[in-house]
Structure formats: C-alpha cells, structure tokens
Design a protein around this ligand. Structure first.
Ligand SMILES: [Zn+2]
Length: 223
C-alpha cells in the first residue's frame, strides 16, 4: 500500500498467523523495515510487486528489534538479494544471546543470516533522506524506532500500536522502560503518521497525539 511517494506500508492481515507489518521506504537508498516471517515472505513480495517495488533494490534491511516475527525473512533478503541486515548494537548482542531462544520457542530454525551493520542512535543517512533513530527499550532491550521528520513519519515497531502497546513479559522486556520509551516518542515532532509493528496505521497529527495520550495512561496503570 503506497502512502506517499517514498513510503509503502504492508499491514499484515492474516487472522490465523502472527506476522509484523512491513514498511518500505524508497528513494536513493531504499530500505525495508521488519520484513517479517520467512514463510510469509512470498505474500509480501507479491504485494510489493503489485506496487512496482523490486526486492533486489532493497540492499538495507532494518529491524526495529530481533523478534522472529519481525526479522526472520531478513535472511532471505540477504541470501537472495545481497541485502545487509541491520539493528542496534544492544539488540544484536541480545539477538546473539538470549534472543536466540525466541526461534525454537516459535518452532523455527535458528537463522543463519548475519547482522552486517549496526544502527547507531541519531541520524541514519539514506542519501536523499535522513531518518532519526531513537533507542526504545521496553519490549526488547535494544529496540529502535525511526523518525523521518520531512514526512512526519514514525515507525514504532512493537513499542506503540493503535490504542495498545507491545508485550513486556518476554525476556528483556520492562514496563518501566517501555513507559519511558513511549513518553520520549510522544515528544518527537512532527509526526502525522505512525506505522506500528502490528495493527493499523495511525494517521493524522491529532490522532497520533490522542493515541500517545491513551497508551501512556494504559501503561501507567500497569507500572
Ligand atoms: Zn516483538
């Protein structure tokens, strides 16, 4: 689904399986954020093709965090198209340690792909655009979110959803860290589109503000 000239959103709509939403940003350095599960990649590839997007153009795959439902297909992008898989340093360390347990828990083989690039907090230069990278622990220790100020776009992974938030009961999760991360994201400006890791997009600056207000109140009630 094309949202603007360089922003494509692929919400997962299956009811029997879990998979994350995927975001594709085109332009000088096309990036794919959270490509999802391996076995669901053919469906995503078809949707991208319907929008005129070629997976071969996406040489950088960004992960908001290392959970298999967000990153498993990164291995395909690496092996078939020569893409580089990237996440934060802290998340890479978690992924290479206790984060590996998520794969057998979900009945999946351990991925053989390689995290070839570390995404630092601050500016991520993508040629004609720059994304701001924000560390957002709480759902996973080294989770990150992406802000594209010129487009008012915030990609929130499993930190903030529409009227909900990511689980904190997985290894490495923390409700107090999540609260701090959401509070920080709520102060990011300008934001008129939030693309979360699961569920529908939040469109419009007022809807975004209202969503942050309600989600912060929800999390606070658990703290
Ligand atoms: Zn997750």
């Amino acid at each position: 689904m094309k949202l603007s000239e360089d922003i494509y959103f692929y919400p997962f709509s299956g009811t029997l399986e879990n998979n994350c939403n995927t975001v594709a940003l085109t332009g000088a350095v096309p990036v794919l954020i959270d490509p999802g599960h391996k076995h669901l990649w053919p469906g995503l590839k078809t949707k991208m093709a319907d929008d005129g997007l070629n997976p071969e153009d996406f040489k950088l795959v960004l992960f908001t965090h290392c959970h298999p439902d967000h990153m498993e297909a990164g291995q395909i992008l690496e092996e078939e198209y020569g893409a580089t898989q990237a996440m934060s340093q802290e998340e890479k360390e978690f992924y290479e340690g206790p984060g590996q347990d998520f794969f057998p828990w979900m009945g999946l083989d351990l991925p053989t792909g390689y995290i070839g690039r570390i995404i630092e907090p601050g500016k991520l230069d993508l040629g004609d655009k720059g994304l701001n990278v924000y560390p957002t622990p709480g759902h996973s220790p080294g989770g990150i979110c992406f802000h594209w100020p010129e487009e008012g776009l915030l990609v929130t992974g499993d930190i903030v959803f529409a009227h909900s938030f990511g689980r904190v009961d997985f290894p490495g999760g923390s409700i107090s860290e999540l609260y701090k991360s959401v509070e920080m994201l709520a102060s990011v400006e300008p934001v008129k589109i939030v693309l979360p890791g699961h569920g529908p997009a939040i469109i419009g600056a007022d809807a975004v503000k209202e969503n942050f207000r309600s989600v912060l109140a929800m999390i606070k009630s658990y703290c």
